[in-house]
Design a protein around this ligand. Sequence first.
Ligand code: HPA
Length: 273
Amino acid sequence: MGAVYDKLETCLKSLREKTQFQPEVAVILGSGLGDYADSITIEQTVNYTDIEGFPVSTVAGHKGRFVFGYVNQVPVVIMQGRVHYYEGYPMTDVVLPTRLMGMMGAKKLILTNAAGGVNYDFHPGDFMLITDHITTAVPSPLIGENIEKFGPRFPDMSQVYSLRMREIIEREADRLGIPLQEGVYAQLTGPAYETPAEIRMCRSWGADAVGMSTACEAMAARHMGMEVCGISCITNLAAGMSKQQLDHKEVQETADRVAVQFKKLVTAIVSNV
Ligand code: HPA
């Protein structure tokens, strides 16, 4: 089926030699949100470096491992640290872990990220339910030989973020008293933060938040038939929207500040989707 699929099979075989865990739900934790994995009932962890062929993340603050365990009896696999396009990997490697979790049996994917707020109504510390995305600024992870086993050459993307899951998330956020914004996430390559002109472009395209991940993973997951939802933590106003310069420290600090609410929300999502 081609080199991309062969690599996935190599990784799956290597991972299966370490664990037989069968996840129902997969979770990818964004920048500064990785601590969540430490709060679940952990069954087993596998470091990315121990998986043959696996692309290994290099960003400070990103732990590189799969955490297998239970959230209120729901078997989950959590990626504590993701792979980013800006690290230099081809897009097929960036989405390899997502596909791998799908191949392990996860039917549902919960994506999280730290993002810059593009919508003027957003404030640092807000959570945004992702309703749709824009990936036009990054290469598609589906470019290249199609993996027929996963899905069609020309997959539909008219509802990447499951309406069913979105309704559950809105209900759970409401129950927990956690305010939830909603909107469109635009993925750009990074690693530089955007320019003010790029942010104006994103806004005119219809984006509410901007970041360097997630949309490619959502696309790969939808291609293979996983049900997908996503939450952005708005860690800062995007470039040009405040007098402040952007830096990773601010992103981390905001993510830390809302970590307790974030954990509650993710736990409620995993338990109810
Ligand atoms: N831009 C891109 N990615 C980000 C940002 C941003 O402003 N904040 C957190 N991740």
